[in-house]
Design a protein around this ligand. Structure first.
Ligand SMILES: [Zn+2]
Length: 444
């Protein structure tokens, strides 16, 4: 048994902020939570505000190597994608392991205790399976283990280059398994284990035809696993989908059985009112990735309308140009303000709830400081220039609207301390990032 004593702890939207909270941990799980108590001998003190571990609902770890390099010049999502493909083409399993380890270690420093990796870089550059066909996915599992965070490997089906049925070409041949059955056979060899859960992904309605989408959805339903898909990130996707099928991506996905309470639609930026109603009515979670969506000039999704319609919200760092879920959380509210010219669409508690939503990536027991939950604790310091002077009555608002990843002081994930006093306990993260992002092959 280990014990942590939080000066202040956020016990969820109902519990609010509590003082002097003792969290007792047995193995990986929280055994007891006691408010208003003094620390017993041996308890480790957590200063500032302690929140549950943050959940990163959508990541592409290898995009971390692109930070800065895509931030020059003009263009749009599609010109950005060309550069992204260059890095995707250069990765082998060893380099992928190195890059993902550094990216996940950065996430650990930011208070993220579980990540959903939307993984489609399956095969070698010629599109041939590695000797172990899941070698690239296994590299991600190894990377998350080294960084000390849990991984949901969202093994993603990617079969064609566009809605017109063009075959995969160039770098894309690495992504494809040929057909949905071959995808299911390969992904089916992956098994849940401690720290790893396997989920299914449909890359998008562009990349997977309706029959294959239905097969992936059935695979996920059989395993009671989460199912994620990119949805309506770009207007061009909507236009191509309407032209090819007469339906919006959301209605096409629904007709293939893809929407539902185990499903997460990522981005959901350009939706019709009918799309919003369908996503809400099916209780499909929506994952907003505002720092990436603004970076790629995608647009602003209808977050409040989706939440009102019944969709739970979660958050993702996506391209990892920014790894800071505080920034993602407040952006959901602040983008709504820009769009509506009104303030106050989401409370700080609602935004923090989205930032700690582990259910969408298949850890429904996590994201709460309560007995039985995984012991994921994130201590946010109150003594940086950003939070010094925060008023005791509005500490949660200060944390959500003013904190950054740099204010995360201590992180415990699955009962193990992985960040102490702002440093990763086993990885020199800046050195690891420098080494991997500047590796000659990735610089090309
Ligand atoms: Zn994505």
């Amino acid at each position: 048994m280990t014990a942590w004593h939080a000066e202040l702890a956020w016990l969820g939207p109902e519990g609010g902020l509590a003082e002097r909270v003792l969290v007792e941990v047995e193995g990986e799980r929280i055994a007891a939570v006691t408010e208003g108590t003094d620390p017993p001998p041996g308890a480790t003190r957590l200063a500032g505000v302690t929140i549950p571990g943050l959940a990163n609902g959508h990541s592409h770890a290898f995009h971390r190597a692109l930070r800065g390099r895509t931030h020059r010049g003009r263009g749009d999502f599609w010109s950005w994608r060309e550069l992204m493909y260059r890095v995707a083409g250069a990765l082998d399993p060893d380099r992928y392991l190195e890059l993902a380890t550094a990216a996940y270690a950065e996430m650990a420093l930011a208070g993220i205790t579980a990540v959903g990796e939307f993984h489609y870089l399956h095969h070698d550059p010629a599109g041939r399976p590695y000797a172990d066909p899941n070698r690239m996915g296994e590299a991600l599992a190894e990377a998350a283990g080294r960084a000390g965070i849990r991984l949901t490997l969202i093994d993603t089906c990617y079969l064609r280059a566009g809605l017109d049925g063009r075959p995969l070409a160039g770098v894309q041949v690495r992504f494809g398994d040929g057909d949905a059955q071959a995808w299911a056979e390969r992904a089916g060899a992956l098994r849940d284990r401690p720290g790893l859960r396997v989920a299914a992904g449909v890359h998008s309605v562009r990349a997977v035809d309706p029959a294959a989408m239905a097969a992936v959805a059935a695979w996920a339903a059989d395993r009671d696993a989460p199912l994620h898909l990119h949805l309506s990130e770009q207007r061009a996707e909507n236009e191509a989908c309407l032209a090819a099928t007469g339906r919006t991506p959301a209605t096409l996905a629904e007709s293939a059985g893809v929407l539902g309470p185990r499903t997460t639609a990522v981005h959901a930026t350009h939706l019709t009112e009918d799309d919003v109603a369908r996503l809400g009515a099916t209780r499909t979670t929506v994952c907003f990735c505002p720092t990436t969506e603004r970076d790629l000039a995608d647009g602003v999704g209808p977050a409040r309308a989706l939440a009102d319609a019944g969709s739970p919200l979660c958050l993702g760092s996506d391209s990892n140009a920014v790894v800071d879920l505080f920034e993602e959380a407040r952006a959901v509210e602040l983008d709504e303000r820009l769009r509506s010219e009104r303030r106050g669409h989401f409370s700080a508690a609602e935004l923090l709830r989205a930032a700690t939503d582990h259910a969408s990536i298949g850890w429904p027991e996590a994201g709460r400081i309560e007995p039985g939950a995984p012991a994921d604790l994130v201590a946010v310091s109150l003594d940086s220039v950003r939070l010094a002077g925060a008023h005791p009555d509005t500490l949660l608002e200060s944390a959500v609207f003013a904190a950054t990843a740099a204010d995360v002081r201590d992180v415990i994930a699955s009962g193990r301390q992985i960040v102490r006093d702002g440093r990763h306990t086993s990885i020199d993260v800046p050195a690891a990032l420098q080494q991997t992002c500047l590796a000659p092959l990735l610089r090309a």
